[in-house]
Design a binder for this molecule. Structure first.
Ligand code: PGA
Length: 249
């Protein structure tokens, strides 16, 4: 059985006090689904979040990391640093990292290798721009992103990889992919994995949807056979909304 996962990406939101308030709210929520729940606060609040939630069902994860182990990379954070504060999962390749911080499939391949080397789990994000969708090129774009960043890996590495399809035109815009668009793309991604690695790997990897996922649309999106959960931005900043999504399975 593939894991169902709902992960909240807090992005650059919440200072220390706001983080503590949201953590407290999250702990008051009741989970009725079997989904694995994750939240990704800012780097400065990871340790506090880990300490607060370490006996809960919520895993604290990071939004990014550098590929080097240590050294002269001002402003960056390594896998070892994350692990030393209890973090074992990292989001890589978010479209905002690609757009504003020049991350490429090639640099992401290095981050993927560095995370796997440290036995971290990865949520690897990718997705097409609106122009790609309009021109009908979305599958090619997505296949290229996956191939360039991940297809140098051995099949066994996929035990530690979660994929997150996030069409850029749906992130933070209020515009969601339709359930059919999500299912079609997720099935295409799974087929792409199967073509390269076989059906065991393809059936093992959880593929999350991200992009304006909210309590009102989560159930419909998650009910598709190839959608194994969501990566949630805006709606993860409110504990009730986030748990309405967690419980949408
Ligand atoms: P959103 O963000 O839910 O606010 O659209 C999703 C994401 O960026 O992961």
């Amino acid at each position: 059985m593939r894991k169902q996962i709902v992960a909240g990406n807090w992005k650059m939101n919440n200072d220390l006090a706001q983080t503590q308030a949201l953590l407290t709210d999250l702990q008051k929520q009741t989970q009725t689904s079997n989904a694995e729940v994750m939240i990704a606060p800012a780097f400065t609040n990871l340790y506090q979040a880990f300490e607060t939630l370490k006996h809960s069902n919520i895993e604290v994860i990071a939004q990014n990391m550098h590929f080097a182990e240590s050294g002269a990379y001002t402003g960056e954070v390594s896998a070892n640093m994350l692990k030393s504060v209890g973090i074992n999962t990292v989001i890589l390749g978010h479209s905002e990292r690609r757009e504003y911080f020049n991350e490429t499939d090639e640099s992401l391949a290095k981050k993927v290798d560095a995370a796997l080397e440290k036995e971290m789990q990865i949520i690897f994000c990718f997705g097409e721009q609106l122009a790609d969708r309009k021109s009908g090129n979305h599958e090619n774009i997505v296949e290229g992103q996956i191939r360039k960043a991940l297809f140098h890996l051995e099949a066994s590495s996929f035990q530690n990889i979660i994929l997150a399809y996030e069409p850029v035109w749906a992130i933070g815009t209020g515009e969601t992919a339709t359930p059919e668009q999500a299912q079609d793309m997720h099935a295409f991604i799974r087929q792409t994995l199967e073509d390269k690695y076989g059906s065991d790997v393809a059936n093992l990897v959880s593929i999350l949807y991200g992009g304006s996922c909210k309590p009102s649309n989560a159930k419909e999106i998650f009910s598709n056979p190839d959608v194994d959960g969501g990566l949630i931005g805006g709606a993860s900043l409110n504990a009730e909304d986030f748990y309405a999504i967690v419980n949408a399975f």
